[in-house]
Ligand binder design. Structure first.
Ligand code: GDP
Ligand code: GDP
Length: 453
């Protein structure tokens, strides 16, 4: 599953993203105007001959600090380099070597990763040779004259590159679990995302569509890949100043719809707000698995209150997702963060779980034996004939009864509790469909009619 990684490094505007997109065969470049700012690590799949690898654009590497983002960008580049099998250092052939290139070269020479020097913007072959020659002085070996835009020279570069990549053995692919991280602004979503990506190996960022708007990131944790949905949305705040009231709820709703499991992040200091309830309601309505992540646990004064007290308080206000597990974490200190993805895995398994008809009917029979369906004043009593699971994600069980009107809400909740008590379904909503006999008779008779015609 893990492919070798190639880091693309260089000053802003030398053509790194153009080269990444060429290697990855993406036509539409994701090019941002602000140097460096929006560049988090994004991985794209690429191949040359029969070799697959990932390219990661490290963002513009700058060594003189004049914006607050620079340390972050440099950190990203270093982290990217640390996991890479090779690096391509991109420079601008039309401008020639600059002091900033020398600084990067000096830094790269101290790293243990093999470096290829790509002298970009060399559209003209004859001129390119001259332009490239100027970069011998960086002390990184042969400069390759290339053009990210036209593609010339990249073949030789890639021929050389793949000699540095380790051969990978193809392990069976495990289906990634899609995870949405949602919550109000400032609850710590992006801090959590960083913790996930920092702790686990980020593999790839498949780009759905060609805009920077929907970037997912794949991270691997204990052998299981997780697709973190819309990481651009989670991090967006870093680039754009929103008004205080901006919530981005539609974006959260979209992410929820694409998720198997939703992490609903709550600020431990604020408790459950109306907006949190709105999100919880949507998660339940959409039938997604959910984990309530109570963040900033480090900032809570630990007095006589226990986690259990907090949990009860929060749970009371989150009745839409009462089936969801809750975990108290600190993205800041890292406390318990590594447990979250393991919980996600359990919830995802329950979400797609299938239970046999015989087991379901055992639960129903048992439940009815303890507590039979209510009888109306007129003496009519509800009867459950049998049940069967009709779909998963979330588990959906059809219950065939004499008349759904005779099964009141209390009794429906009771039966749902029976299913949960006997079968678990930790972290996932379950759905019960109460089907009346009348409807079934009608279906049957119309089916009969259809076969007669
Ligand atoms: P990055 O900041 O290093 O990722 O650079 P970009 O890929 O965003 O490119 C910066 C600018 O250089 C853009 O205006 C590109 O169109 C231009 N550019 C990239 N590659 C080439 C190339 O091979 N030749 C020329 N002439 N321009 C290029
Ligand atoms: P987002 O808007 O939900 O993405 O939230 P951020 O991740 O940007 O975090 C918002 C603020 O909360 C930042 O100032 C973080 O430093 C802070 N923060 C995030 N996680 C924690 C935490 O676990 N504990 C504390 N004390 N602060 C945190």
């Amino acid at each position: 599953m893990s492919l070798p990684i190639v880091a693309i490094i260089g000053r802003p505007n030398v053509g790194k993203s153009t080269i990444v997109n060429r290697l990855a065969g993406v036509q539409e470049a994701i090019v941002f105007d602000e140097p460096g700012i929006t560049r988090d690590r994004t991985y794209q799949r690429a191949f040359w001959n029969d070799r697959d690898f990932l390219v990661v654009d490290t963002g513009g590497l700058v060594f003189d600090d004049d914006t607050e983002f620079l340390p972050l960008i440099r950190e990203q580049a270093m982290a990217a380099l640390a996991e890479s099998s090779a690096a391509i250092f991109v420079v601008d052939g039309q401008i020639g070597p600059l002091p900033a290139d020398e600084e990067i070269a000096t830094w790269l020479r101290q790293q243990s990763v093999p470096v290829l020097l790509a002298v970009n913007k060399c559209e003209s072959i004859e001129q390119g040779v001259m332009q490239a020659a100027e970069f011998w002085e960086l002390g990184l070996g042969e400069p390759y004259a290339v053009s990210g835009i036209h593609g010339n020279g990249t073949g030789e570069l890639l021929d050389q590159l793949i000699t540095y990549l380790p051969l990978t053995t193809d392990a069976p692919e495990v289906e990634p679990i899609s995870v949405a991280i949602v919550g109000r602004p400032n609850v710590g979503k992006s801090s959590l995302l960083n913790a996930f990506v920092g702790e686990n190996r980020a593999i790839v960022s498949p780009i759905s569509g060609t805009t920077r708007d929907a970037i997912d990131m794949l991270v691997e944790h204990n052998g299981q890949p997780y697709r973190l949905i819309d990481t651009a949305g989670i991090r967006k705040k870093k680039n754009v100043e929103y008004g205080a009231e901006f919530f981005g709820i539609n974006r959260a709703f979209k992410a929820i719809r694409r998720a198997d499991v939703v992490l609903l992040v709550i600020d431990a200091l604020d408790g459950v707000t109306e907006q949190d309830q709105k999100l919880a309601g949507r998660i339940a309505d959409d039938g997604r698995a959910c984990i309530i992540v109570v963040n900033k646990w480090d900032a809570i004064e630990k007095d006589s209150y226990t986690i259990y007290d907090h949990e009860k308080l929060l749970q009371d206000r989150l009745h839409f997702t009462e089936w969801a597990e809750m975990i108290f974490v600190s993205a800041k200190t890292g406390q318990r963060v590594e447990k979250i993805l393991d919980m996600v895995k359990i919830a995802a398994e329950q979400h797609k779980r299938r239970v046999s008809t015989s087991v379901i009917n055992e639960v129903i029979e048992d439940g009815v034996r303890w507590h039979s369906p209510p009888t109306t004043r007129q003496g009519r009593q509800g009867k459950i004939y049998y049940g069967t699971q009709v779909s998963s994600r979330p588990p959906t069980i059809a219950l065939f009864v004499n008349d759904p009107n005779l099964i009141n809400d209390n009794y429906r909740r009771y039966i749902e509790r029976q299913f949960r008590q006997s079968l678990g379904f930790t972290g996932t909503p379950i759905r019960l469909l109460w089907r009346g006999k009348k409807v079934r008779d009608m279906e049957r008779s119309s089916a009969n009619r259809a076969t007669k015609v």
